[in-house]
Design a protein around this ligand. Structure first.
Ligand code: CU
Ligand code: CU
Length: 288
């Protein structure tokens, strides 16, 4: 039977407690920091050489789908009742709404050093020391809404703009494409400042702190955000029946994207799985 991933706003007090407790247990065992390491390792951008599997590429969605499944499996080995909840940022849009409550992820960073001081992941609680990161700070940081250069979370209609595109992705399959569902959702835009980050990327920017870079997994909101992104892929598939992951076949030798993107039936590193095999996960989980 498929298990259910729920909207974070619908979790009971006990469900929140169990989710948090399982995360803290993975952290205590050192398993959590392995997830941070993996994400940092797969963070290089399309300006660099080599295969892109996680970001600025068609496999952005299957890569994060598989990554979430790994985390969820680890959580469920700790507590089999736990699933990853999602944060619907089109509805919960303020620094005090879900999931920023003291019984779930805690709140904004304080003004002086952006350190998160409330909730279970606050440094002073002693259970969430940042060990694998891009800075030396041992504490979790956030700057919800970007206090110095405020931006808003993406709206329902901005998300809709991505969902209504009937094509999964287009050549050259990178961060510069202006058509295709994948990049409209991943959110690499043209221009500068606030308008250059859309949907998925804008949310990382809005949260700030740890969520800005390759070590974003250090903030547990990473999973709630990516579960909501994963749900959008499912919504897009339902809306555009028959539309599939692209490219269906690898770019040829004389193509600039040769060996740089993962085609539908190619292996998606670091796992032994293809995008094709990740397009339908209905037997594993569903969104409630
Ligand atoms: Cu990522
Ligand atoms: Cu992300």
């Amino acid at each position: 039977m498929a298990y259910v991933r729920r909207d974070a706003r619908t979790l009971t007090a006990a469900e929140k407690r169990r989710f948090v407790k399982a995360l803290l247990e993975l952290k205590r065992r050192g398993e959590y920091d392995e997830f941070v390491r993996t994400h940092i390792q797969y963070f290089p951008s399309d300006g660099e050489r080599g295969l892109r599997s996680a970001h600025m590429a068609p496999s952005f969605l299957p890569w994060h789908r598989r990554f979430l499944l790994e985390l969820e499996r680890a959580l469920r080995r700790v507590d089999s009742s736990v699933t990853v909840p999602y944060w619907d940022w089109t509805r919960d849009r303020t620094p005090t709404s879900v999931p920023w409550t003291a019984d779930l992820l805690g709140g904004d960073g304080r003004r002086s050093d952006r350190q998160v001081t409330t909730g279970p992941f606050a440094y002073r609680e002693g259970h969430w020391t940042i060990k694998v990161g891009v800075t030396d700070e041992p504490f979790l940081t956030r700057d919800l809404g970007r206090s110095r250069h405020p931006i808003d979370l993406p709206t329902k209609s901005e998300l809709e703009w991505a969902l209504k595109d009937p094509v999964y992705d287009v050549a050259p399959w990178d961060s510069t494409v202006t058509r295709g569902f994948r990049n409209k959702l991943e959110g690499w835009g043209t221009g500068r400042g606030g308008t250059s980050w859309r949907n998925h990327n804008r949310v990382h920017r809005w949260v700030g702190g740890e969520m800005l870079g390759g070590a974003s997994v250090n903030d547990p909101v990473f999973w709630l955000h990516h579960a909501f992104i994963d749900l959008q892929w499912q919504r897009w598939q339902r809306r555009h029946r028959g539309a599939r992951y692209l490219p269906a076949t690898p770019p040829g030798r004389d193509d600039e994207q040769y060996d740089r993107v993962v085609a539908r039936h190619q292996r998606l590193p670091p796992w032994d799985v293809t995008p094709d095999e990740l397009e339908d996960v209905g037997r594993i989980y569903r969104y409630g």
